[in-house]
Design a protein around this ligand. Sequence first.
Ligand code: SR1
Ligand code: MG
Length: 423
Amino acid sequence: MTGKSPFEALSVETLAGRLGANEALCSQIGKDTSQWKVREVGDGNLNLVFIVEGAEGAAVVKQALPYVRLVGDSWPLPLKRSFFEYHALTRQQARAPGSVPEIYHFDEGQALIIMEYLSPHIILRRALIEGRQLPNIAKDIGLFMARTLFRGSDLHMATRDRKADLALFADNVELCDITENLVFSDPYFDAKMNRHTSPQLDGVVAELRADRDLKVEAQRMKHIFAANAETLLHGDLHSGSIMVTDTETRMIDPEFAFYGPIAFDVGMLLANFWMAFFSQRGHEQGGSRDAMRDYLLGVTVETWSVFRVEFSHLWRTERTGMLYHKSLFEDQGDRLGAEQALDHMLQSIWTDLLGFAGVEVHRRILGLAHNADFETIADPDLRARCEAKALKFGRHLAVNRRQIHSIDEVNRLAALIERESRI
Ligand code: SR1
Ligand code: MG
């Protein structure tokens, strides 16, 4: 199969025949295709994902489909998202080595990426639902975010390179459009594809949609998302885009990559930890999840702390781009000026990440793409109680983000809302 053949979706039955001559794949897993075992394991919303095991190893073959898998061919989606995923992965590997799967092969025409099979890794969201406490995730993800977001910005890159890259990723229009609608707008009106736990949440949903301050704030966040082309984002950094073992963490699936605000990745990620926190009550059949709740709040504190420390370190040691140039500060003996500018930047990331986190919580409960943290709670009354608390929390973050000064303050609020018996 070459990049010149017309696109054709792979299947479990056709994969060995079509990729049997692919040198990159054969060198990883062995070329005797009669030994290959193929499974389709994609559980995301968009793509096909195959695990291919051969006599000498295993690999993952990920292929984009020309439509949204979750919805079907009534929602076409361009194959070029695979191109953006491939280019984002190569940049993330360069900026945060070891944090993403190794790429073996990319075929643009077939929209497929052959990459490292991560084993025994599982999806972080699944681990958190199971109540597993992973000791390294905060450090690993905090470092990943600081390194990729700092090194992909005008704080670090040569501005010519950054502008060329910005132009490249600017074409990822359709995936940005998904985020712009699904995250920032659809939850706040009766959009066609929305769903929520009904009738339990009907009243809360009506209140949120009538909440003028919330809607204005969500649109401000959308404006920042669309207009602040600060750095190359992962673009969809939630706990379903991270694979873990007890000791290792890898980020996957950056097909939503584009140039946007640093705070977006950080806010989306933290929102997913807070949603994991509010969903724990629904997973207590096997015993109390008090310790898991404490762990999750601790993870938010450590992630934000690691991010800040590493971002600050890079600011002091790798600020080679055109912004806040050293000639204005350190070269004149003005270290304090550089520190002042750093404080301002971290403050603005903090305020914006809270807004992004708030809307991310809302869209996972009210929009099209829900998350398994809540969806796997079978009892709809219990699920609705968990979701209602998360909605209240998200509303507070989005509307009051300028008045919230520390992550401890956020976590005290989360704990308070969690303890409230009434929704
Ligand atoms: C139609 S795609 C829905 C969601 O799935 C992806 O993982 C993104 O989070 C997107 O918003
Ligand atoms: Mg994904």
